[in-house]
Design a protein around this ligand. Structure first.
Ligand code: ZN
Length: 313
């Protein structure tokens, strides 16, 4: 919105808001959504057009990204293990802010575009539309696939909970994909495994608060298993430059003996990584024995994963 237009319309907006508050089913559209923090990742909500809201057991939760809402949604539904205290409850409302109109609609009647060139705040990439025709038009211009709510739930769930067998072939391929380390040298997971130790493969993004917490606890836990399990960090976001990654590592006092790779799209696709906070535990034999697609880990959680990795030798 242009500033002048904003000032002129501010008074009107205040009056409209009073009326608006009485409208049911449009809670998210209230101006207050911007400046709320995301119920899942904790980031401040700055872009209203990507926001979402859940009402669970009478409580309202706001999200900066439809993907953040989806993680909480599956958690509240009891479909995945609870994340961030989102224990199973009664999901009364699922609202998404539309990209095409300044309105929030019930997710079950919205259309979603995924895989376009428009980035969403947490890079999950789901963009909601009120009308199918605007979703199709958007996808034509920006790329991506158009689908409805049921398919969104199904595909999100499948990606976070897929079985190891299903992905077996792809994973074997993934371990041979050449990653570029921060200093430009090449490395593959297979090469790292040749040293004989299990590997903790940790995705992150330099702007992600959940990743920040995980790297902090991993740094603290690391002295307990140094020389027993190798740590491979790789950025999830193609926008993360080596300099930004370096700064991120310094801010978190990351040990200098971690292997750190630049983002690699092929690697992400092969491992079906859709959230920046994904973690894999790979046994010395090259099998994935642990995986977590979202959520924070404590120092003890890391040590438990390490024990599992060592036991699987
Ligand atoms: Zn979020």
């Amino acid at each position: 919105m242009k500033r002048r237009y904003f000032i002129v319309s501010a008074g009107l907006a205040a009056a409209a808001y009073a009326a608006y508050s009485f409208m049911a089913g449009n809670l998210l559209g209230a101006p207050s959504v911007v400046s709320q923090t995301c119920g899942y990742c904790g980031m401040k909500i700055e872009r209203r057009e990507f926001a979402a809201e859940l009402v669970v057991d009478g409580r309202r939760y706001f999200y900066d990204d439809v993907g953040c809402m989806m993680i909480h949604y599956l958690s509240f539904k009891g479909v995945v293990e609870p994340v961030k205290g989102a224990k199973p409850g009664r999901v009364e409302k699922v609202l998404v802010q539309c990209f095409d109109v300044e309105e929030a609609v019930d997710a079950s009647v919205a259309w979603f575009v995924k895989g376009s060139d428009v980035k969403t705040p947490m890079r999950h990439g789901y963009i909601a539309f009120k009308s199918l025709s605007s979703a199709l038009e958007f996808a034509k211009k920006h790329g991506g696939e158009v689908f409805g709510w049921d398919k969104l739930v199904e595909s999100f769930h499948r990606t976070v909970e897929h079985t190891h067998e299903e992905a077996h072939g792809e994973i074997a391929d993934a371990f041979g994909i050449e990653l570029k380390l921060l200093d430009g040298r090449p490395a593959t997971v297979s090469q790292i495994l040749k040293a004989g130790n299990p590997v903790l493969l940790v995705f992150f993004a330099t702007w992600c608060p959940t990743c920040s917490k995980n790297i902090t606890t991993l740094t603290k836990a690391y002295p307990h298993f140094r020389n027993k399990v190798a740590v491979l960090l790789t950025s999830f976001d193609p926008g993360d430059t080596p300099q930004e990654i370096q700064r991120f590592l310094e801010q978190h006092n990351a040990p200098s003996d971690w292997t750190v790779a630049q983002p690699n799209l092929e690697f992400l696709v092969a491992l079906r990584v859709i959230t920046q906070e994904t973690i894999f535990g790979i046994s010395a034999k090259g099998e994935i024995v642990y995986e977590k697609r979202f959520g924070t880990l404590t120092e003890d959680d890391w040590l438990n994963i390490v024990h599992r990795l060592e036991a699987s030798r």
